[in-house]
Design a protein around this ligand. Structure first.
Ligand code: F1P
Length: 359
């Protein structure tokens, strides 16, 4: 290829994905706006989930992973039962998957509010009259919001792209508002500042790692609620950059998947405080197999253990689960950069549509 053609190809590669890039980089301001709206909505939501016996959370793809994150968080602070399942499980196996007794709240998460499996799961649940339904969505005017009893929405997070980025992190804030029953004071400004700082500080790291195409296998790890976010990070890399990516509960990677780890593997580890020592030992094992490691934590690792190649530190002074959207910012950038480095278009992943309308 001539130099001028190469230059042109590189330029096209760089400008592809304008929607996705805009959606990723606008997250801080969109979070602040979403929180302002959610503060008003939550004040008139007529239900406290603690008054139920079960909370069942459903979604598809990204929004199922959001449900996994939330289910784990709810369960960690409650003696009732919280469970996240794909919407399709309710549609296909209702007798097995719906609680038989007690008061159940169904929380249906869907960016579009039009995914058939999620609509069908709500319709089925409502027909059974076993409890109330809540929609968490970016579209308060679409069908899901019309068929549920309650809605929390983040319309400013709507997207042009097929792949969910700011919609996901903003719906996490809707879920956090629901779990907390309100919003901590000044959170919008603080989260906006923290998000902007992450974007500014780690753009170069994401570009450098994203361009490292010899890393052809990406494994994302997370324990507890962070497992759902690890799944979402892997899905971004898969959908956008067509990279073989897998997600595991952090210690699970040692039970089989480790056989595939080597110099071609990038480990993206979302680390918890609670399991710090054990999780770091897993990273050390993976490094000794030749993997490159990227750790994302809300604690300091400046003594830089030799087995951590790259570290993203999140602020530790934000309330616990409210800061969780920050875990996804660098994985978003990494997916975007890798997609561009492969000459693909982040706005147009092959084979995917924004909404799956058939069951
Ligand atoms: C969820 C979904 C995902 C898919 C893609 C587009 O839709 O279809 O299943 O992986 O990211 O979104 P929704 O119900 O959240 O609108």
């Amino acid at each position: 290829m001539s130099n001028s053609r190469k230059g042109k190809a590189r330029q096209t590669g760089q400008t592809r994905g304008a929607h996705t890039e805009g959606e990723i980089s606008s997250q801080p301001i969109v979070w602040r706006d979403s929180l302002a709206g959610l503060g008003i909505q939550i004040s008139s939501l007529p239900l406290d989930w603690r008054s139920c016996d079960h909370v069942l959370l459903v979604g598809c793809g990204s929004t199922y992973y959001l449900a996994l994150w939330a289910g784990s968080l709810i369960q960690s602070q409650w003696s009732g039962r919280a469970e996240a399942i794909p919407s399709s499980e309710v549609v296909l196996f209702p007798e097995q998957r719906l609680p038989r007794d007690g008061r159940t709240l169904l929380v249906a998460v869907s960016r579009s509010g039009e995914t058939q499996e999620t609509l069908r799961s709500v319709e089925y649940f409502s027909r059974r009259r076993i409890g109330k339904t809540l929609a968490i969505t970016c579209y308060p005017d679409r069908r899901l919001a019309h068929i549920t009893d309650m809605v929390l929405s983040t319309p400013t997070a709507q997207e042009e792209s097929v792949v969910q980025t700011r919609s996901f992190t903003s719906m996490m804030l809707a879920m956090a508002t629901f779990i907390d029953g309100g919003i901590p004071p000044d959170l919008g400004d603080r989260l906006q500042a923290a998000g902007q700082q992450l974007l500014d500080t780690h753009a170069e790291l994401a570009a450098m790692l994203g361009a490292e195409l010899s890393l052809s296998h990406i494994v994302t790890l997370g324990s507890g609620p962070l497992f759902g976010l690890a799944c979402e990070a892997a899905l971004k890399l898969k959908e956008m950059s067509l990279t073989t990516s897998e997600s595991y509960h952090t210690l699970e990677v040692r039970h089989g998947p480790m056989s595939m780890v080597g110099a071609h593997t990038l480990i993206v580890a979302l680390l918890t405080r609670e399991a710090r020592q054990t999780e770091l030992r897993v990273l050390s094992d993976l490094k000794s197999l030749g993997a490159t490691t990227l750790a994302i934590s809300d604690y300091d690792l400046s003594d830089s253990p030799h087995f951590i190649d790259h570290h993203v530190q999140l602020p530790s002074d934000l309330p616990p689960f409210w800061r969780d959207p920050l875990y996804l910012v660098v994985p978003h950038l990494l997916a975007l950069e890798r997609t561009r480095a492969k000459g693909l278009d982040p706005d147009r992943p092959p084979n995917l549509t924004a909404v799956v309308r058939s069951v």
